[in-house]
Design a binder for this molecule. Sequence first.
Ligand code: 5AD
Ligand code: SF4
Length: 474
Amino acid sequence: MLEIAQKVHDETRQGEAFAPFAVDANKYQRYFYIESYGCQMNFSDSEIVASILNEEGFGATRNYEEADLIFLNTCSIREKAELTVRKRLTEFKKLKRSNPSLLVGVLGCMAERLKAKFLEEEKLVDIVVGPDAYRALPQLIEEADGGQKAINVLLSREETYADISPVRLNSNGITAFVSIMRGCNNMCSFCVVPFTRGRERSRNAESILAECRDLYAQGYKEVTLLGQNVDSYYFVPEADGKPVTFALLLELVALIAPDLRVRFSTSHPKDITDDVLATMARYENICRYIHLPLQSGSTRVLGMMNRNYSREWYKAKVDRIREYMPDCGISSDIIAGFCTETEADHQDTLDLMRFARYDMSYMFFYSERPGTLAQRRYPDDVPEPVKKRRLQEIVALQNELSAESNRRDIGKTFKVLIEGNSKRSDEDWMGRNSQNKVIVFPKGAHQLKPGDYVQVQVESSTQATLLGAIVSMG
Ligand code: 5AD
Ligand code: SF4
């Protein structure tokens, strides 16, 4: 079960280290190694950190044994995520003994949550930096070089790193993530994010567009706009004072080029508007896929979670999405065993999952986080075996729903963006359709390359993947 709980967001990537800059012939005096955990936002932040460090004359390495600086960009969302990082840190102890000038830094949400406690508890940590303080890194490194412990965990109301171009490391050169806002104002009672990432703020629209245009010019074919709650994106440019909403931002990005795909994550069911749905329906290059976390199917539990919608409201949203886009893929996040959850509440969740026919879900059991509203207000009273049994039932149902969803696609033809070779064979391409499903198909005699679009007919499916064959180009 822990295996499942560990599957945070896109999650083969947990603990992934960045590759050295792809075309970087420079020799550097010092090298950094960075490993990322948690959500897409954190992976995106690591690219900003890489950019700041590179500007300071540090090179990236994928081999931590040759690094002068080791950074872990950490996640606090569940206890398990923090335990993984703590375990990883102890592995660096030996290294530090043999190389006393090695600096170890903790970045991200755990740094923000634990602050100076980190320096006391984990004797090997030299630098602690919260998500809004990455610009201070060069100065903090200098302090740490001088033998001091260095810390900056100030949260900001303004910082969006708008002017910093992220260094794309480990990229396939085809798909990229673009951060459009930071922080979160929702205060879901189970969630540590408002405390670790601070108040919500939207990034300058023009800098987002410039980054997307630049990616397209470099050959990228897909951008995913990232934020904890993208629907509340709101930016007023000084030049004309005309507000840019999320719907407008989506449209502006979609207009960059018809063959640049646009995705976004994450939506909040209470905030996603008809305007956004209408914009999605209007542009073929805005992908028909919405990640719409449910969390619980019980109105009573949703109230305690401070989600600000009811079961009926959520169902109406799903209906609305399908009215605008009958072929839209929908996925979810679900928490099993939140405080006071009864068997009837759990059944409500299963029932709503069937109603929404999710193509995919990330599923977790509730993990109480210190300092959150739920921890202060409610007892974590669902026994662990019950949480795990309910989670298992949720996972089993989702497996059925995913298999059914894939079976419904057999015989259909989709436009697929080729991302690279399939994991299993160099003879096959791997790509995604608009609904974000992975499709694997033989390369055949066609002269195609990553970044090309191709029409693929689905012939069969496994639980997670569609298998097909090329029917035509573009
Ligand atoms: N326990 C379990 N799952 C959680 N999530 C957030 N906080 C917790 C918690 N305390 C889940 C939610 C969220 C996803 C990113 O992680 O489902 O949408
Ligand atoms: Fe983890 Fe949340 Fe921080 Fe992302 S924002 S790294 S999921 S705690």
